[in-house]
Each structure stands twice: as structure tokens, then as C-alpha cells.
Design a protein around this ligand. Structure first.
Ligand code: ARG
Length: 456
């Protein structure tokens, strides 16, 4: 492969550690696209004859067909996708194939291919996140008024609506999409033509290849162009945060499907049984989504550590950038699809949610707020009075709304029967009309607003 300088080929073990074709063949479409752009630019700039340019372009098209139809034989001794394509091109069109590599290097080539691949992947993930948001929004619309306990410390805190709870994940997915979009914006500079590291003496037109490949501009510095992997790290960072969001929702689904909660039921399509316990309906897809977030976080860490301490410009370490990114992208796409399916298919047990919302003195804050609003007590004092009433209810084994007026007035003489209005969970959620609050009217409006912000 390296021509005159080498007398013998590599040791078998050298070939094994060096080879990347097993994974970088995934870049084939982008490699061929970038090569065709480079070839057309070389012709336009007079570096390559039109006849050679035509032969190269036709040969590259043929190779793409061979790969897509599974007829292409990838050879490990040719190391990577770039050398495999070039070697096959030589078989098809002869020595003119060797002219394609004028004014470029595998260093700018792989940096370009990989950017193109990540860019396409970002677009796919954006679509998947949008579908995920649409599924959440449909359920949120149905359950804008479905009351459930809201939790802090996983202790029932204040009643909220299930729609409101789901909308929290719509926001997270929205931020994920904006992080990926941000990554895409910074990624979109073209390394091609930076050559090995220093640029080239040929009169090339880097703006032309950049435009042809859909980049906003050529990368400004040749050393940076071949050695930058920020786009891959940013992709993984955004993917890791997104995976964490999915994992948190997955964890909630595991809780909600349990016999202790019974808040939701997953469809048969997204449930597994037990080989020994016939009663089981296990939320395996949610558990696996929770687990797989760990891999994506690991992939981010793997690439950060690969890049740490690498001197400029290219080092072969950077060949190890691809597998973490491929694995993270595959895993994220799978988890997003599974979570979307589970959300779209789940049925909600509104009775169980309402019952749970009624337990645990969940309207205690409403009582304290009432004492502030109606009796003008300072909140701290209202908090103390309510605390004593909660203690009383607890000792009697009843809810706050079952304490008699006389018992309440023993703690605070100013309390009137009107207090009963705020002690029910439905009144409690309905009263939370502050911007971003859980009142069903808010939630219904928030669904409409979110559709406008995210789904258009
Ligand atoms: N397969 C290599 C990679 O992915 C291509 C670049 C090789 N460059 C080099 N100077 N050996 O990084």
C-alpha cells in the first residue's frame, strides 16, 4: 500500500490493530460523496483532466452500487474504507484512479466523511425526538386533567396532572433537540482540502467542495480541520444528556407499572412475561433504556479520553473516534424508538392515580396557602398550624379533609368552613394557574403551545 518505501508487509498483529474497515465501512456513502465532490473540484480547477474526472466519477458510482447491493468485497489488508474504495477504483478504471488522491489526504478525507455521517445522524435523531415529543403531547392532551401525586424525594408532595408531568419530558426533548442543532451548526465546516495537515500547493477551490457537500464554509485552519473532533464529542455529550432524560422517564415507567403504583399499563407489544411467574408483566424495554444510557455516557467518556492530550495534528488514536459515536447513535435511536412506542401505547389508570393523590396529606400546602390568603397569616405560622393539623390527621388515621371544623378551629380559631374547598385534590390542581403551573386549563394550553413550538 505504501509503495517504494516498504520491503515487506505488516505483521499479522500489526494489521489487526490497525484495521478499521470492520466499522468505518459505515462511512462508504459519505466517502464516495466527498470523493466525487473533490474530483469535480479538481477538474474545475484544472488539476485533473475532464476525461480522468469522468472516469473517476463513473467508477465511484459503480463502487457505490456494488456496496449498496452487497457485491463489494471489503479487504482487511486495505485497512479502511478510503483505501478499499481507492483500490477498487484502480481495478475498475486503471491508473487514473491514483489521481483522485491529489491535493488531499486520508486525514482530511476521514474528517470530512465523519462530519457528513454525524450530520446525517443528527438529522435522523432530530426527527426521532420530534416523534417522541408528538407521542408525549398526545398523551398529555388526553390527560390534561388526570390528577396524580406529584413527588419530591419520591414522597407524595402536591397533586399535579399526568399531562403536566409528561410535558416536563417534552421540554427536556426540546432542549435535546436544540443541543443537537447547536452541534450541527458548529459541525458544518468542511475539512476537505486541508490535506495531511498543512494545506496543499495545488490551486484547489475549498469553497466549491464545501458548498457541494452542504457545508457552510471550509474550515479556516488546516491543522484544526484534520485534528478537530469537537463535533463528535459534542454529539456524544448531547446524546448522553438525551439518554439521561430517557432513562429518567424509563425509571418512572418502571415505578408506574409496578403493583405498588399501578399508574399505567404498557401494551402487550411493549411488555414481557416471566418464564416462571405467570402474573408478571415486565417493563423490559424501559429497564433496558435505563441501562443503555450507561453505555452512551461511557461512549462520551471513551472519546474524551481518546482526545485528551493528543498533540496537533492527526494521530492514529483518532481512528478510535468512530466506534463510540456509532454505538451511541445506534443505541440512542433504539431507545428513542422504544420509549416512543411505550408512551404511545400505554394506558393510564386514572383511578389509581387519583387514589394515590388523595393519600399522604397532599393538600397540606393548599391549607397553608389558604391560611395566608384568607386569614393573612405569615406563611411560616400557617406552615406550623398546618403541620399540627397533619399530625392530628395522622394520629386519627384520616385525611386532612376529614378533620372536623371544630378540631381545626382548636388550632386556629379563624378557620371557616370555606377551607374545605381547597382540601380536595381536584381543587388543588385547578388552583395552580400560575405560568407553567399544573392547572388543567394551563396544561391544555401548554399542549397547544408545545405543538406550535416543537412540531411545526
Ligand atoms: N482510517 C483512518 C482513520 O479513521 C484514516 C486516516 C488515516 N490517516 C493516517 N495518517 N494514517 O483515522
Amino acid at each position: 500500500m505504501w509503495g517504494g518505501r516498504f520491503a515487506t508487509g505488516p505483521a499479522a498483529i500489526m494489521e489487526r490493530i490497525n484495521v478499521s474497515i470492520g466499522f468505518d465501512q459505515r462511512l462508504h456513502a459519505h466517502d464516495i460523496r466527498a470523493s466525487k465532490a473533490h474530483c469535480a473540484m479538481l477538474v474545475k480547477c484544472g488539476v485533473l483532466s475532464a476525461a480522468d474526472g469522468d472516469a473517476i466519477a463513473a467508477g465511484l458510482d459503480q463502487i457505490r452500487d456494488e456496496i449498496v447491493t452487497g457485491r463489494f468485497v471489503f479487504r482487511t489488508e486495505l485497512e479502511d474504507i478510503h483505501m478499499n474504495v481507492e483500490a477498487r477504483l484502480a481495478e475498475i478504471i486503471g491508473p487514473a484512479a491514483g489521481r483522485l488522491h491529489t491535493a488531499r489526504s486520508r486525514n482530511d478525507q476521514v474528517a470530512t466523511d465523519f462530519r457528513l455521517w454525524v450530520r446525517d445522524t443528527l438529522d435522523g435523531i432530530d426527527g426521532a425526538l420530534k416523534t417522541f415529543q408528538a407521542a408525549l403531547l398526545d398523551q398529555a392532551e388526553c390527560h390534561a386533567g388526570t390528577v396524580m401525586p406529584g413527588f419530591t424525594h419520591l414522597q407524595a408532595a402536591q397533586p399535579v396532572t399526568f399531562g403536566h408531568h409528561l410535558l416536563a419530558y417534552v421540554e427536556m426533548a426540546g432542549r435535546d433537540r436544540s443541543r443537537f442543532a447547536d452541534c450541527r451548526r458548529r459541525l458544518n465546516e468542511c475539512p476537505l482540502g486541508a490535506a495531511a495537515l498543512a494545506g496543499t500547493s495545488f490551486p484547489i477551490d475549498r469553497a466549491m467542495t464545501a458548498a457541494e457537500l452542504g457545508f457552510d464554509r471550509p474550515a479556516a485552519n488546516s491543522l484544526d480541520a484534520v485534528s478537530d473532533r469537537d463535533f463528535a464529542m459534542e454529539f456524544l455529550a448531547a446524546a448522553a444528556i438525551c439518554a439521561i432524560h430517557l432513562s429518567r422517564l424509563a425509571e418512572e415507567m418502571v415505578l408506574w407499572t409496578s403493583a405498588q403504583f399501578r399508574f399505567i399499563r404498557l401494551s402487550d407489544a411493549f411488555t414481557t412475561g416471566s418464564s416462571i411467574m405467570p402474573q408478571k408483566r415486565n417493563p423490559d424495554a424501559a429497564e433496558l433504556t435505563r441501562a443503555k444510557s450507561g453505555r452512551i455516557i461511557g461512549n462520551l467518556n471513551a472519546l474524551l479520553v481518546v482526545m485528551k492530550g493528543l498533540p496537533l495534528a492527526y494521530s492514529k488514536d483518532m481512528q478510535d473516534d468512530k466506534e463510540p459515536v456509532f454505538e451511541a447513535a445506534d443505541t440512542l435511536e433504539l431507545c428513542l424508538a422504544a420509549m416512543t412506542g411505550m408512551i404511545a401505547d400505554m394506558t393510564v389508570n386514572a383511578d389509581a392515580m387519583l387514589t394515590a393523590a388523595g393519600a399522604g396529606f397532599i393538600t397540606a400546602t393548599d391549607l397553608a396557602d389558604w391560611l395566608v390568603r384568607v386569614l393573612f397569616l405569615p406563611f411560616r405560622q400557617a406552615h406550623h398550624i398546618t403541620g399540627r393539623l397533619v399530625k392530628l390527621a395522622e394520629s386519627k388515621g384520616c385525611g386532612l379533609d376529614q378533620i372536623s371544623l371544630a378540631e381545626m378551629q382548636a388550632e386556629e380559631p379563624g378557620i371557616t368552613p370555606a377551607v374545605m374547598d381547597v382540601l380536595g385534590v381536584a381543587r388543588s390542581v385547578a388552583s395552580r394557574t400560575s405560568f407553567g403551573g399544573t392547572a388543567p386549563v394551563n396544561v391544555a394550553a401548554a399542549v397547544v403551545a408545545a405543538r406550535g413550538r416543537f412540531l411545526l
